[in-house]
Design a protein around this ligand. Structure first.
Ligand SMILES: Nc1ncnc2c1ncn2[C@@H]1O[C@H](COP(=O)(O)OP(=O)(O)OP(=O)(O)O)[C@@H](O)[C@H]1O
Ligand SMILES: *[C@@H]1O[C@H](CO)[C@@H](O)[C@H](O)[C@H]1NC(C)=O
Ligand SMILES: *[C@@H]1O[C@H](CO)[C@@H](O)[C@H](O)[C@H]1NC(C)=O
Ligand SMILES: *[C@@H]1O[C@H](CO)[C@@H](O)[C@H](O)[C@H]1NC(C)=O
Ligand SMILES: *[C@@H]1O[C@H](CO)[C@@H](O)[C@H](O)[C@H]1NC(C)=O
Ligand SMILES: *[C@@H]1O[C@H](CO)[C@@H](O)[C@H](O)[C@H]1NC(C)=O
Ligand SMILES: *[C@@H]1O[C@H](CO)[C@@H](O)[C@H](O)[C@H]1NC(C)=O
Ligand SMILES: *[C@@H]1O[C@H](CO)[C@@H](O)[C@H](O)[C@H]1NC(C)=O
Ligand SMILES: *[C@@H]1O[C@H](CO)[C@@H](O)[C@H](O)[C@H]1NC(C)=O
Length: 815
C-alpha cells in the first residue's frame, strides 16, 4: 500500500511539474553526456541533441529513443532521465555503465529498458512502479547488482512481454504473480540464487521461453506445473534441486527444448515425453530417473542421459517384470528419492526392503516405518510369490486394493497405523491381516483430500500423522529422530547386557589378584566391558574386609565424622549452605580443609522416626558396600544424639529434575541431546552395577530424576539409597513387600500390584526416566489434562506414530 501512495504522490508532483514548467530535454541530455564517458563524437554540446548518434526525437524535439548499445560507455546514468517524459526506449546494453539504475517512474511512455551486460550496482526496489506500458526489461549479466528480489507489484506492469534478469544477483523465491502477467512470453532468471518452488501461476500463463537454470542454492519441488504451461517451447531448468517425477507434458505441444539435467528427478520417463511432436533438444543426465531407458527419435538431440540415473538397464529395453511391478509400487508413493537412489539395476532381489526366495521371486516387501505417503499400488498383486507385505507405520492413504486378496501365497499383510480408508477386503483365513490404527478405515473419505479431522473418534493416534510427512523431515527433526534411535538402542543394549549377564554370572569366573601382594583375593564374574571391570574392582574393595573398605572410603581412616567437623565446614549449618530439602532432612554444602566439597544430609530427630532411622542405616550399609563412578559416593556419616548425618561427595550441578523441568526458573540452558544420552548411559551404568554385584543385588526402589545428581561435566550419578532393598534376585526369586516404597509414576506395574520386588523395577523406572529425558515432561504432571498427565500411558499412545513421537520430543534444545 505504501508504495501505491508513494507512487500516486510522485505522479501528482510530476503532473504539476509538467503543467507548470516547459520541459527541457536538452538540459537532461547535456547532463547525461557529461555523466557518461566515451560518448560518441557526435555528442557535442554545440550540436542539436536530436542529431546525436543513438538519439531519436519527436517533432517537438522530445527525446523518444536513447539507443547506445555496444558503445564501450562507462560512467553512470543521471537521475534526470526521469524527466524525458516522451522516452519510449532506453537501450544501453553491453557497455560498462555503473552506479544505480535511475528511477524512471515518470516515464509513462516507456516500453523498453535494456540494461544487460553492464556494471550497474543497484536497481531501486520501486523501479517498476508506474511503468505500466513497459514491455521489455532486460538486466541480465550485471553481476555487481546489490541482491534484489522479484517484487510482487510486478503484476502492475501488465504489458510485460520479456523479462530477462539472468546472472543479476536475484535472491528469494519466485512470487506467484504470473496469472496477472498475461502477456509475459520470455522469462529468464538463470544463474541467480532463487529458491523455493515453481509458482502455481506458471500454469495457464503465456510463457514460451522459461530459463531458470543454475540457481546457486537451487529451486526445489516438483515440475508438475510445467504440464500446465501450454504455450511453452523452451524450458531450461537444469542445475537445480527439482524432485519428483517428470510430469506428463503431452499438452505442451510446442515444447522443443527441455533441459532437466542435474536435478533430483525420480520415476519413469513418461512415454508422452518421448512422443512430444516438436521435441528437438533434451537433457536428462544426473538425476535419479528410473525404469527403462527411454528411446528418443533420432532427430532429437539428447545428452548422455543413460548415465548418472537409476535406469534398470544401460540401454533401451523393458525392465525385469518384478522390477516393473516394484517401480509401479514406488510410483504410487511418488517415487521417493530414497528408493530412487537405492533401487537401481534390474534385479529387485538386491533391493532394500525386498526379500526373494531361492528362485528369485519376491516373497517379502517390508516398508514398515518409512514415512512413505501415497497409495498402495494394486500392482503388488503381480508379485505372486509374495508372502509378507508390511506397510505398517507409514502415511498410506486411499483404500486397500482388493487385488491383494488374489495373492496366492500371502501369509501376512500389515497396514496398521496409516491413514487408509474405505472397505477392508476379505482375505482368506490363512492371511494374518492387521489394519489397526487407521481411524478412517471403513469410511468413505474419497472426497476429502486433506482434512482427516472429520471423524471425532480417532483422536490423538494417527490423525495428525499425515500432515508433516508430505513436507519431508526438517534437519532438526532428523537429529531428534537419530537421538531417539540412539536412546532406544541404549535401552535395548542395557536389557540385553543385563539378561545375558544374569545368565552367565554364575558360570563365568575370573581370578583377580591383588596388585600389591600378588595374592589371589577373589573370584569374580565378568562379562567384559569397562563398567564391569570397574565393578569387579570395586567389589574387591568392599569384599576384602569391611573395615578395610571403610579406610578407602574416608581419609580420616574412619567413616565416622565428628559433628564438630561438620558444623565447622557448613558454617554451623547456615541457611546459605542449604542445597535442598528432602523427605527426611536438609542437605547442606560444605568444604573440608583439604578442599574436598561435600554435601551433608542432616536428618533431624523429630522428623525422622523409625522409618528415617531405617533409611539412614540402609544408606550407610549400602553405600559402604558399593562404589561406582555413577553412584554418588558416601564419604562418611555421623551420629549425634538424635541427629543422623550423612556426608556425600558434592554434586555441583544439582539434580537431573532441576535441569529437565526447572531450567527456565533456574535460568540454565536446557540439556542438549548429547547430554541427555550421556546421562541416560550413566544412570544405566550405575544401575547395572547395582544389579551386577555378585553377592547380592541392591534395588534402589526410588530411581527418578530427583535422585539423579549431576557433576560439573554433566555426568550423572544415582543418589539417595535410603530406600534400597537387598534383594535375592536370583533364579526367579523375589521378595514380597507389604508396603510399597518409591514414587508414583515410576513404580513398575507388577510391583505396584503384587509388591514383588525384583531388579526389574529398575528397568521400568529407568524407562520412565528415559521418557522424561526424551520429552522433557514429568512422569506425573498434574498440570496436564488427565489423558496426558501420566507420561507412560501417553508415551505408549505416542509411540504408535513416528510423526507424533517426533513432535513429543523435548523441543527446548534441538542441538
Ligand atoms: N551430593 C549432593 N550434592 C549436591 N546436592 C545434593 C546432594 N545430595 C542432595 N542434594 C540436594 O539436596 C536435595 C535433597 O536431596 P535428597 O536426595 O537427600 O532428598 P531426600 O531426602 O532423599 O528426598 P526423598 O527421600 O523424599 O526422595 C536434592 O534435591 C539436591 O538438590
Ligand atoms: C564494476 O564496478 C566495480 C565497482 O563497483 C569496479 O571495481 C569494476 O572494475 C567494474 N567492472 C567493470 C567491468 O567495469
Ligand atoms: C542463496 O540464498 C540462500 C538463502 O535464500 C543463502 O542461504 C545462500 O547462502 C545463498 N547462496 C549463495 C551462494 O549466495
Ligand atoms: C491435457 O488437456 C486435456 C484437455 O484440457 C485434459 O483433459 C488432459 O487431462 C490434459 N492432460 C494432462 C496430462 O494434463
Ligand atoms: C539445445 O540446447 C542447448 C543448450 O541447452 C543450446 O545451446 C542449443 O542451441 C539447443 N539446440 C537446439 C537445437 O535447440
Ligand atoms: C500386473 O498384472 C496385470 C495383469 O496381468 C497387468 O495388466 C499389469 O500391467 C501388471 N502390472 C505391472 C506393473 O507389471
Ligand atoms: C503390525 O504392525 C503393528 C504396528 O507396528 C504391530 O503392532 C503389529 O504387531 C503388526 N502385526 C503383525 C501381525 O505383525
Ligand atoms: C462428496 O462431496 C460432495 C460435495 O462436497 C457431497 O455432496 C458428497 O456427499 C460427498 N460424498 C461423500 C461420500 O462424502
Ligand atoms: C498441517 O499442515 C497445514 C498446512 O501446511 C498447517 O497449517 C497445519 O498447521 C499443519 N498441522 C499440523 C498438526 O502440523
Amino acid at each position: 500500500m505504501s508504495y501505491h501512495s508513494r507512487h500516486f504522490l510522485q505522479l501528482t508532483i510530476t503532473l504539476l511539474f509538467l503543467t507548470a514548467v516547459k520541459s527541457d530535454d536538452g538540459a537532461v541530455m547535456t547532463k547525461l553526456s557529461t555523466s557518461l564517458t566515451q560518448t560518441p563524437s557526435s555528442w557535442s554540446t554545440n550540436a542539436d541533441y536530436c542529431k546525436w548518434e543513438g538519439i531519436t526525437c519527436d517533432s517537438s524535439k522530445r527525446v523518444t529513443v536513447i539507443s547506445l548499445a555496444d558503445k564501450k560507455l562507462s560512467g553512470t546514468l543521471v537521475p534526470d532521465l526521469n524527466e524525458l517524459s516522451q522516452l519510449k526506449t532506453l537501450a544501453v546494453q553491453r557497455n560498462s555503465i555503473s552506479g544505480e539504475v535511475p528511477i524512471l517512474s515518470s516515464l509513462g511512455n516507456l516500453q523498453k529498458v535494456l540494461l544487460d551486460s553492464n556494471n550497474f550496482t543497484s536497481l531501486p526496489s520501486n523501479f517498476f512502479a508506474g511503468l505500466t506500458i513497459l514491455k521489455v526489461f532486460t538486466v541480465s549479466d550485471n553481476i555487481n547488482l546489490a541482491p534484489w528480489g522479484l517484487p510482487d507489484y510486478l503484476t502492475d506492469v501488465t504489458n510485460l512481454q520479456t523479462f530477462h534478469a539472468s546472472n543479476a544477483n536475484i535472491v528469494g523465491t519466485i512470487p506467484d504473480i504470473f496469472s496477472g502477467l498475461t502477456n509475459l512470453q520470455n522469462l529468464r532468471l538463470s544463474y541467480n540464487n532463487l529458491t523455493g518452488e515453481l509458482p502455481r501461476s506458471f500454469g495457464g500463463s503465456s510463457i514460451q521461453n522459461l530459463q531458470l537454470n543454475n540457481q546457486k542454492q537451487g529451486l526445489s519441488g516438483t515440475l508438475d506445473v510445467v504440464s500446465l504451461m501450454l504455450q511453452v517451447s523452451q524450458v531450461w531448468l537444469q542445475a537445480n534441486s527439482f524432485s519428483g517425477a517428470i510430469p506428463d507434458l503431452s499438452n505442451c505441444s510446442t515444447l522443443f527444448d527441455l533441459q532437466l539435467r542435474d536435478n533430483q528427478l525420480t520415476g519413469l520417463v513418461p512415454a508422452s515425453l518421448v512422443s512430444l511432436p516438436k521435441l528437438a533438444n533434451i537433457t536428462l543426465h544426473n538425476n535419479k530417473l528410473q525404469g527403462p531407458v527411454p528411446e528418443f527419435k533420432s532427430a532429437v538431440k539428447v545428452d548422455k542421459y543413460q548415465i548418472k540415473n537409476s535406469f534398470c538397464l544401460s540401454k533401451p529395453g523393458p525392465c525385469d517384470p518384478q522390477v516393473s511391478v516394484l517401480l509401479d509400487v514406488a510410483g504410487a508413493i511418488g517415487y521417493p528419492y530414497s528408493l530412487a537412489t537405492s533401487w537401481t539395476g534390474n534385479d529387485a532381489c538386491k533391493w532394500n526392503y525386498v526379500v526373494c526366495d531361492n528362485s528369485n521371486k519376491v516373497t517379502i516387501v517390508n516398508f514398515a516405518k518409512h514415512m512413505f505417503s501415497g497409495t498402495i499400488s494394486p500392482a503388488f498383486a503381480n508379485l505372486t510369490s509374495l508372502r509378507t507385505l508390511s506397510l505398517n507405520d507409514n502415511n498410506f492413504v486411499g483404500t486397500i486394493p482388493k487385488e491383494l486378496t488374489s495373492l496366492p501365497n500371502l501369509q501376512s499383510l500389515n497396514v496398521s497405523n496409516n491413514d487408509l480408508s474405505g472397505d477392508t477386503p476379505v482375505f482368506p483365513p490363512t492371511v494374518k491381516f492387521s489394519f489397526g490404527g487407521n481411524p478412517n478405515i471403513g469410511k468413505d473419505v474419497s472426497n476429502t483430500s486433506g482434512s482427516g479431522s472429520g471423524s471425532g473418534s480417532g483422536s490423538g493416534n494417527a490423525g495428525g500423522g499425515s500432515n508433516g510427512s508430505k513436507k519431508g523431515s526438517s534437519g532438526s527433526g532428523m537429529v531428534i529422530r537419530i537421538v531417539i534411535s540412539v536412546i532406544f538402542f541404549v535401552v535395548i543394549l542395557l536389557f540385553f547386557s543385563y539378561y545375558c549377564y544374569a545368565k552367565k554370572r554364575n558360570q563365568k569366573l575370573v581370578k583377580v589378584e591383588d596388585p600389591e601382594s600378588g595374592k589371589e583375593i577373589v573370584k569374580a564374574s565378568v562379562i567384559g566391558g569397562s563398567s564391569n571391570a570397574y565393578s569387579v574392582g570395586t567389589e574387591l574393595q568392599s569384599r576384602g574386609s569391611s573395615d578395610h573398605a571403610a579406610m578407602h572410603v574416608f581419609e580420616g581412616g574412619n567413616v565416622n565424622i565428628s559433628i564438630d567437623v561438620l558444623r565447622q565446614v557448613t558454617d554451623n549449618f547456615s541457611e546459605e549452605n542449604i542445597l535442598g530439602r528432602g523427605g527426611f532432612g536438609v542437605v547442606y554444602k560444605g568444604e573440608l580443609h583439604d578442599g574436598t566439597k561435600i554435601a551433608v544430609k542432616r536428618m533431624e530427630a523429630g522428623v525422622m522416626g523409625t522409618k528415617g532411622l531405617k533409611g539412614f542405616q540402609a544408606e550407610i550399609s549400602v553405600l559402604t558396600k558399593v562404589r561406582h563412578r555413577h553412584l554418588v559416593a558416601l564419604l562418611g556419616y555421623c551420629v549425634n544424639g538424635n541427629e543422623r548425618l550423612l556426608v556425600y561427595e558434592y554434586m555441583p550441578q544439582g539434580t537431573l529434575s532441576q535441569h529437565l523441568f526447572e531450567f527456565r526458573e533456574l535460568k540454565t540452558n536446557p540439556l542438549s541431546w548429547k547430554q541427555r544420552v550421556s546421562i541416560a548411559l550413566d544412570v544405566g551404568r550405575g544401575v547395572e552395577y547395582l544389579h551386577s554385584l555378585a553377592q547380592q543385588s541392591f534395588i534402589h526402589r526410588d530411581l527418578k530424576p530427583y535422585n539423579i545428581l549431576l557433576g560439573d561435566d554433566m555426568r550423572a550419578k544415582v543418589a539417595d539409597f535410603g530406600l534400597v532393598k537387598n534383594a535375592p534376585d536370583r533364579d526367579g526369586k523375589f521378595s514380597v513387600e507389604s508396603r510399597l516404597a518409591g514414587t508414583f509414576g515410576y513404580l513398575a506395574p507388577e510391583y505396584a500390584a503384587t509388591g514383588r520386588v525384583t531388579t526389574k523395577v529398575h528397568v521400568y523406572a529407568f524407562g520412565v526416566v528415559l521418557m522424561e529425558l526424551i520429552t522433557g515432561r514429568k512422569a506425573l504432571d498434574e498440570t496436564m489434562p488427565e489423558d496426558r498427565s501420566h507420561l507412560v500411558a501417553w508415551f505408549r499412545k505416542v509411540l504408535i506414530s513416528r510423526e507424533i513421537l517426533v513432535k513429543a520430543t523435548d523441543q527446548t534444545n534441538c542441538l
